[in-house]
Design a protein around this ligand. Structure first.
Ligand code: SF4
Length: 682
C-alpha cells in the first residue's frame, strides 16, 4: 500500500460509505492517504472490505475537493475568507429570522457526517435559530423503518447484530440487494447459506442473492403488503403461529386475524404474480423454523405505503415469535454510513436526540434546562415539505450540510425549483455538488479522514472515526464550522473536542447514556448502553418490547401512486450498484473507472417490442422529465420493467422519478413510477 511499512502511519477508522460500518486502517505517508488495510480485529468485517471501502478512499484527495469558502458575487461563486463567509451567513440568517420568523429557516443535516456533527447541527437550528426545521436523508430512505418499527415495537432500529448472520437458520430477505448495497452483509448471508441456512428472496429483480436462495418470490413491484398478508393467512390456516408469544408479548392480534381472512392465497397470487405454491413454501419455511430473521432495505421503505410495509413485516415476525432472540428479528439495513446516527442525534423535525418528542412538554423542559433557551413546541418541516414551503414563500433560507438533494431527491427538477426559490442558501460539503452550485455561500467541510467523531452503523454500533490527516486546504470539521457560526450569532457552544460533544449527547440521550469516546476502542458499542458500567445490547426486545407489548397493526394492501399506463407503459424502479455509493463515489477515480456510466436494464421482450438493442443509448421519459441512458438488455428485470441507479450526473434518474411520498414518513416512492423509452433518431 504505497510505501515502506516503517514510513506509514496507520489510523483505524470507520468506512464512510454504507451503513455496514466496516473498520479499516488508513495508511498515511507525508500527510496523504496512500492505502487502506485491514486486520481481523474489526468487529463487523474482520479482514474483508468491499470495493468501495478498499478503493474508494482516493476521493479524499480528489482535485475536485472544496478547499476554501465561496460566496456568490455577480452570480458567480468566488473564493472568500472564513470570516467574511460566516459573517455574511450570520447576518442573513438574523435578518431573515427577524423579518419572517424562525420557522422561515430550515436545515438538512447529514447521514455522511459524524454523530457529533449532527448533534451540533440540530442544536444550532433549535437553539440559535429557534426552529425544529431540521431533517436529513433518512427521510428519503428509512424514515418508514423509524416510524413503522417505533409503532410496532417501540424502537425503530435493526433488532439484531451482523455477527449473528452466518449462524442463521432461515433468512427472509425482502427488497434488499445486499450483495451490492451492503456487500459485507451480503457476503455473510451467502456464508449463512453455506452453513445450511434456508434463504428466501423476495424481489422483482433477479439480484445476485437469488442465485443462493432456496426460494425466490418474484413479486410485482409494490405488492409487498398483499404478499406478507397472504403468507400470514397461510400461517394461521395451518396453525403455525406462535400462540404463546402472541398471548404473552403482543396486543391487537384479533384485529389482524380479522383482516387476514380476505387475503386468500389465490387472491394474493393474482395481485403479486407469485404462484400459490411458492406462497405456501415461504410460509412453511419461515414459520416452522426454530429461528428466522427478516432483512429488508429500500425495496420495502421507498413506497407511498413504506411505513405500512414495515409494520407488515413486524406483524409477520410477531405472529411467529421471531423477535427478541439471537438470529430472530426484523432488520432494516440502513443505507448510509451514519444514517442511524443522524436519526439517533435528533436530526429530525419531530424529535430531539434519542427519539424524544419535541411536542412532549416534559422532554422539552429537559432540553431547555440543558441548553439554556426556550425551545419551539412546533414540529418542523420534513424534507419534501421544505421545498413546497420554499415554493409557497414560507421557507426563505436553508443551511444544507453534506447532502445533495438536487441530485438525490425524487422529482429533482421540482426540488431544484424549491432551492432556487429561497432567498438565501448555504451549502457545506466536501465537493461542489449540484446543490452547492445553487448556493449563495459554500463552506468547505472536512472529510471523514480529517476529523474525529463517531458513526453509528446499521446494527446500532457506535464506532470511532479517527482523524488521520489535516483538513485539505482551508476546510474545517463540520461541528467546528457550526460552532464558529453559532458564536458569531451570540451562542457559545463551548466544545474543545468531539469527545466533549459526545459527553453532552450521552447526558441527554438515554440510548447513548454510557457511551464515551474512550470506551469505544476498536469494537465500538451497540446501543442502548444504559450507563458507564453497561456493555451495550447486541439484540433488542429480549423479554419485553421497548413499547411494552408488541402491537399488531392490521394493514390493508396498498399500491404505488403512479402505475404504467398507455402513455408511459413501463415501470421504473431505482437502486444502487456495487461500485458506487450515491453520488459521492463518482469523485473516486478508481471506482469511476470501474463503473463509469448508467446502464438501464430492460427486459429482452420489451427491447424487441421497442426495436432497441443492447448497448444503445435511448431516452427514458416520465411525466417529469427526460434523460438519456445506455441500456443493457437482460432478464434480470421483469417484462414491463426498467431498472436504473441514481449515481450518475449525466443520466440523473431522479429527474424522472416520482415525487409522491409515504403518507406517514414523507419518504419518496423511488421504487415505482411510469416511464416510456424512446429511440433516439440520429
Ligand atoms: Fe464500506 Fe459498506 Fe463496503 Fe463495508 S460494505 S467496505 S462499510 S461500503
Amino acid at each position: 500500500a504505497g510505501g515502506r511499512p516503517w514510513e506509514l502511519k496507520k489510523v483505524r477508522t470507520t468506512c464512510p460509505f454504507c451503513g455496514t460500518g466496516c473498520g479499516f486502517d488508513l495508511n498515511v505517508r507525508d500527510g496523504k492517504i496512500v492505502g487502506v488495510t485491514t486486520d481481523a480485529s474489526a468487529p463487523v468485517n474482520g479482514r474483508f472490505l468491499c470495493v468501495k471501502g478498499r478503493f474508494g478512499i482516493d476521493l479524499v484527495h480528489s482535485p475536485e475537493r472544496l478547499t476554501t469558502p465561496l460566496i456568490r458575487k455577480n452570480n458567480e461563486l468566488v473564493e472568500a475568507e472564513w470570516d467574511e463567509a460566516l459573517e455574511l451567513i450570520a447576518s442573513k440568517f438574523k435578518e431573515i429570522k427577524n423579518k419572517y420568523g424562525a420557522d422561515s429557516l430550515g436545515a438538512l443535516s447529514s447521514a455522511r457526517c459524524t454523530n457529533e456533527d449532527n448533534y451540533v447541527m440540530q442544536k444550532f437550528m433549535r437553539v440559535v435559530i429557534g426552529t425544529n426545521n431540521v431533517d436529513h436523508c433518512a427521510r428519503v430512505c428509512h424514515a418508514p423503518s423509524v416510524a413503522g418499527l417505533a409503532t410496532s415495537f417501540g424502537s425503530g432500529a435493526m433488532t439484531n447484530s451482523i455477527k449473528e448472520i452466518p449462524d442463521s437458520k432461515v433468512i427472509f430477505a425482502i427488497g434488499t440487494n445486499a450483495t451490492e448495497a451492503h456487500p459485507i452483509i451480503g457476503t455473510k448471508i451467502k456464508q449463512a447459506v453455506r452453513n445450511g441456512c434456508r434463504l428466501i428472496v423476495v424481489d422483482p429483480r433477479r439480484i445476485e442473492l437469488v442465485n443462493h436462495a432456496e426460494l425466490w418470490l418474484r413479486l410485482k413491484p409494490g405488492t409487498d403488503i398483499a404478499l406478507i398478508n397472504g403468507i400470514m393467512q397461510i400461517i394461521l390456516a395451518h396453525g403455525w403461529e406462535d400462540k404463546a408469544f402472541i398471548e404473552e408479548r403482543t396486543t391487537g392480534f384479533e384485529n389482524l386475524r380479522e383482516l387476514l381472512r380476505e387475503y386468500t392465497p389465490d387472491k394474493v397470487s393474482k395481485i403479486t404474480g407469485v404462484p400459490e405454491e411458492q406462497l405456501y413454501r415461504a410460509a412453511e419455511i419461515y414459520a416452522c423454523a426454530e429461528r428466522a430473521q427478516i432483512f429488508y432495505t429500500l425495496g420495502i421503505t421507498e413506497h407511498t405505503h413504506g411505513t405500512d410495509n414495515v409494520m407488515s413485516l413486524a406483524n409477520l415476525a410477531m405472529l411467529t415469535g421471531n423477535v427478541g432472540k439471537e438470529n430472530s428479528g426484523v432488520n432494516p439495513l440502513r443505507g448510509q454510513n451514519n444514517v442511524q446516527g443522524g436519526c439517533d442525534m435528533g436530526a429530525l423535525p419531530n424529535v430531539y436526540p434519542g427519539y424524544q418528542q419535541v411536542t412532549d412538554p416534559g422532554v422539552r423542559r429537559k432540553f431547555e434546562g440543558a441548553w439554556g433557551v426556550t425551545l419551539s413546541a412546533q414540529k418542523g418541516y420534513m424534507i419534501p415539505d421544505m421545498f413546497e414551503a420554499s415554493l409557497a414563500g414560507q421557507l426563505k433560507a436553508m443551511y444544507i450540510m453534506g447532502e445533495d438533494p438536487a441530485t438525490t431527491d425524487a422529482d429533482s427538477n421540482h426540488v431544484r425549483r424549491g432551492l432556487q426559490a429561497l432567498d438565501f442558501l448555504v451549502v457545506q460539503d466536501i465537493f461542489l455538488t449540484e446543490t452547492a452550485k445553487l448556493a449563495d455561500v459554500v463552506l468547505p467541510g472536512a472529510s471523514f479522514a480529517e476529523k474525529t467523531g463517531t458513526f453509528t452503523n446499521t446494527e446500532r454500533r457506535v464506532q470511532m472515526v479517527n482523524q488521520a490527516i489535516d483538513p485539505v486546504g482551508n476546510a474545517k470539521a463540520d461541528w467546528k464550522i457550526i460552532c464558529d457560526l453559532a458564536a458569531i450569532m451570540g451562542h457559545h457552544f463551548d466544545y474543545e473536542a468531539p469527545a466533549e460533544i459526545m459527553k453532552e449527547i450521552s447526558s441527554l440521550t438515554p440510548q447513548y447514556a454510557g457511551i464515551r469516546h474512550e470506551r469505544l476502542g476498536i469494537k465500538g458499542m451497540q446501543w442502548p448502553v444504559f450507563g458507564e458500567d453497561h456493555e451495550g445490547t447486541p439484540y433488542l426486545h429480549k423479554d419485553k418490547f421497548t413499547r411494552g407489548k408488541g402491537l399488531f397493526m392490521p394493514i390493508e394492501a396498498a399500491y404505488a401512486k403512479e402505475m404504467p399506463d398507455e402513455e408511459y407503459p413501463l415501470l421504473l424502479s431505482t437502486g444502487r450498484k456495487l461500485q458506487h455509493y450515491n453520488v459521492s463515489t463518482l469523485y473516486s477515480a478508481s471506482l469511476f473507472e470501474h463503473a463509469p456510466e448508467e446502464l438501464a436494464e430492460v427486459n429482452p421482450l420489451d427491447a424487441e417490442k421497442l426495436g432497441i438493442k443492447d448497448g444503445e443509448i435511448v431516452a427514458v421519459a416520465s411525466r417529469r422529465g427526460e434523460i438519456r441512458s445506455r441500456i443493457v438488455v437482460t432478464d434480470k428485470v421483469l417484462p414491463g420493467m426498467v431498472f436504473m441507479t441514481f449515481h450518475y450526473k449525466d443520466a440523473p434518474a431522479n429527474f424522472i422519478t416520482s415525487g409522491a411520498c409515504d403518507k406517514v414518513s414523507g419518504t419518496y416512492e423511488y421504487k415505482v413510477c411510469a416511464v416510456k423509452i424512446k429511440k433516439i433518431e440520429e
